[in-house]
Structures are given as structure tokens and as C-alpha cells.
Design a protein around this ligand. Structure first.
Ligand code: ZN
Length: 128
């Protein structure tokens, strides 16, 4: 049984409660989905450790950072913010788009997303 890249992270156990995934009854996107998994606001120190972690891209194997902060970085990630929580963190199993579109939009990314959904998605109560 293949595992998502997420499970290989040293911070995976700590990050898991903050995963923000919902299973939708149907995919609402008309274009090819960019698979991106969000986190609820998480402790600043955990966010910083997670962002520093590296794992092999699900498609090409290049070491990359699966846990990323949106740009510009949220204020809470700036050096003087020590306590509190931070949002704007997400997970991606492949190279960033600016590195390789083939990775981020390829089937390996979609497969990892499916694995994440199977393991961690909560049911969407609003599904119609
Ligand atoms: Zn890659």
C-alpha cells in the first residue's frame, strides 16, 4: 500500500491534527485540479520545523519542501514572532510550480492527493 509523501515527514504526527481536508461529493473544478492541501492555523514553532523539512518529489524524486508557506510569508513566520499560531501553510507532494509544472500537475501529484484523501479526509456534510 503506497503512502503519501506526507507520512514520511518527521513532523507528520504533529501536523496531522491541523490537516484541513474535506472530501467533496464531486470535483467542482472544470480545469485540471491543482492539488493543494491546507492546514488550520498551527503553532508557530511547529510550522517553522515543518517548513524546513525535505522529502523527495512524488514524481521526479528531487528533494523539495512539501510543507510551504504562501508568499509573502505570513507575519507570524517572521523572526520576531515566537508564540501564537500561523496560517497560510499548505502541503504539496511535488516540486513547486516555478521549478516544474510537469511535477505539480502530473499524475504522481494526483495519486498522492488521492492517498491523502483516503487517509485523512473528513466527510463533507454539505455535499449535495
Ligand atoms: Zn519533481
Amino acid at each position: 500500500m503506497p503512502r503519501p509523501i506526507f507520512d514520511t515527514l518527521a513532523t507528520a504526527d504533529e501536523l496531522r491534527p491541523y490537516l484541513d481536508m474535506q472530501a467533496y461529493a464531486r470535483d467542482t473544478s472544470r480545469t485540471k485540479t491543482r492539488h493543494r492541501i491546507e492546514f488550520k492555523p498551527l503553532p508557530h514553532r511547529l510550522a517553522r520545523r515543518a517548513i524546513e523539512e525535505r522529502a523527495p518529489c512524488a514524481r521526479c524524486g528531487t528533494l523539495m519542501h512539501p510543507i510551504r508557506a504562501r508568499k509573502p510569508p505570513p507575519p507570524a513566520l517572521l523572526p520576531d514572532a515566537i508564540n501564537g499560531t500561523v496560517g497560510g501553510i499548505y502541503y504539496s507532494p511535488t516540486c513547486p510550480q516555478h521549478t516544474s509544472l510537469r511535477c505539480s500537475r502530473g499524475s504522481a501529484a494526483a495519486n498522492d492527493y488521492t492517498l491523502m484523501q483516503a487517509e485523512y479526509a473528513t466527510q463533507d456534510q454539505e455535499a449535495t
